[in-house]
Write a protein that binds this ligand. Structure first.
Ligand code: BG6
Length: 307
């Protein structure tokens, strides 16, 4: 297991990247550069904060989040793998929601500075898979999960990069970019099939939709006067979730009144778009976030950050 001393000796980059004990004493990387500030825990390889310079925090992080082994941090970007929600193997009825790696202790494999960006790579093994998760903290946030089937037989998995965003007021938020996409509405359990019409998605109640789309989308948030672009690659599903008041009350780590201030938009690959990998083959699911103040051109929008 990597200790704080090991991590700082091997990977710290002056003031731009240091490792420290965070919530519950769990170890985290802290990024502070001209481009942004950010944080990621080894527990779950979980990005919890990203604030590009000139903007507020982009990710939502519950004030009631619990930081302990066996529990996923509520907020930021948990990684759901190798299954999404309750799609667990039939022979593992007690297995947790959203798979096994958001509560696993990952290791840091590499850290580098690239201009004003910090690129951090986490790794873990979950047979038959090996996982590498690369996060680029800059004026954009890039996060890419590369999964390799290290076994001699084919394997299939689901994945979601379960990104929680801070929004001003969910009832005023619009999500553009999903027009015409088929989706499954999973509110209440039994999925029903729909197609997003020719209007952006708006929110008037509990929302738990799995879209079949390879396109990114844009969150328009008049409450915080900003838009967040969620680009993606290697992803044929996008989940959009807000628990609304009733479901929020059932979650101990989610404030009863916090739901109007968050929205999840999750790049992923979920049945029927689960990823099938032959022996030795790899697949990368990736997201890229950029934020822009509403009504203003983003001074950083010309910066090209390679995926
Ligand atoms: C979302 C799912 O991705 O995650 C929801 O679509 C689920 O159905 C939510 O409630 C939170 O899941 P968990 O396991 O973190 O409470």
């Amino acid at each position: 297991m990597q200790t704080l001393d090991d991590l700082n000796a091997r990977f710290a980059l002056e003031d731009a990247l240091v490792f420290e004990a965070g919530g519950g004493g769990l170890l985290r990387a802290v990024v502070r550069t001209r481009a942004c500030t950010g944080e990621a825990y080894l527990h779950g390889a979980h990005v919890t904060r990203w604030r590009p310079s000139g903007h507020d925090e982009v990710l939502w992080l519950s004030s009631l989040a619990e930081y302990r082994a066996g529990k996923a941090i509520r907020g930021g970007i948990p990684i759901c793998f190798p299954w999404f929600a309750g799609h667990k193997p039939a022979d593992q009825p007690d297995a947790p929601s959203h798979g096994l790696v958001r509560t696993a202790l990952w290791r840091v494999d590499a850290a580098a500075r690239d201009g004003d960006d910090i690129v951090l790579t986490f790794a873990t093994d979950l047979p038959p898979y090996t996982l590498r998760y690369t996060v680029r903290f800059g004026t954009a946030l890039d996060y890419a999960l590369a999964v390799t089937n290290a076994s001699a037989t084919p394997a299939a998995f689901e994945v979601a990069l379960h990104s929680y965003f801070s929004v001003g007021e969910i009832k005023r938020v619009e999500v553009a970019g999903l027009l015409g996409a088929a989706y499954e509405n999973t509110v209440g359990g039994a999925g029903t099939r729909h197609t997003q019409g020719d209007a952006p998605l708006t929110f008037a109640g509990e929302t738990d939709f799995i879209y079949a789309t390879t396109a990114g989308c844009t969150i328009h948030d008049p409450g915080l006067s900003r838009t967040i672009e969620v680009d993606k690659r290697g992803s044929a599903s996008t989940v959009v979730w807000n628990p609304w008041a009733g479901k929020a009350r059932t979650m101990g780590d989610f404030g009863d009144d916090a739901w109007p201030g968050m929205l999840c938009v999750e790049p992923g690959n979920i049945a029927p778009n689960a990823v099938r990998l032959g022996p030795g083959r790899s697949h990368t699911t990736a997201g890229r976030l950029r934020v822009q103040t509403a009504g203003k051109a983003d001074s950083h929008s010309e910066v090209v950050v390679s995926h």
